[in-house]
Design a protein around this ligand. Sequence first.
Ligand code: ZN
Ligand code: ZN
Length: 248
Amino acid sequence: MIGLSGVRAGAQAVIAAIYPPHCVNCNAIVGHEGALCGPCWRDTPFITGLVCDLCGTPLPGEAPKGPVHCDDCLKIARPWTRGRAAMTYGGNGRRLVLGLKHGDRTDLARAAAGWMATAGAALLQDDPLIVPVPLHWRRLFQRRYNQSALLARALAARTGLACCPDLLQRRRFTGSQDGKGIEARFANLASAIRVAPGRAALSRCRVIVLVDDVMTSGATFAACAEACLAAGTAEVRVLALARVSKDG
Ligand SMILES: [Zn+2]
Ligand SMILES: [Zn+2]
């Protein structure tokens, strides 16, 4: 007698033989869904070792006892308490982010959520609420989906944490941050984001983990964190798929 689970396993094996899972980066056949093949894994700039505790950028040296901060985080006030990123924004890191953002590769979110859950394990303690960085409706209309919301949902599904994809809103269209200097980036976003009027109660007195695909200057995370804190959030942490790092 074969039980139902045996039948299901058999069916999965048949499906895997007909449609074997492919590397999420290069399409080579891999062992399981949502994985990178060996060469792509080696060539993806995952962040390991010592990192800045506020932005997750990799730092040289060995881990000291307490948290360390990079030069940028020593200079720029960060309205959040801790931050991490799964990889640096270069090579395959850039390719994966652009695929998710512009290439309709929404399937990447599941794999990315696994890498983010690993990189951000320390941030995902204390039953936080997962909240994506919002997209203005005009951009949402063009792109049809918010890549940060896909990441937030996939991360929540993976960790069992609660997610509120529409907690934050963009009040006005801020355009692209590309090509702007650091001060212009912060000025462009100041007061551009707020907690949605119907969501204020959810944001109060708890830990929020903000999720975005890329952290560059940190201006977007800062605007989102300030909006949460203004609405009564106890603590904000930030988690990105990729960190634009000066060295990579
Ligand atoms: Zn590959
Ligand atoms: Zn930093």
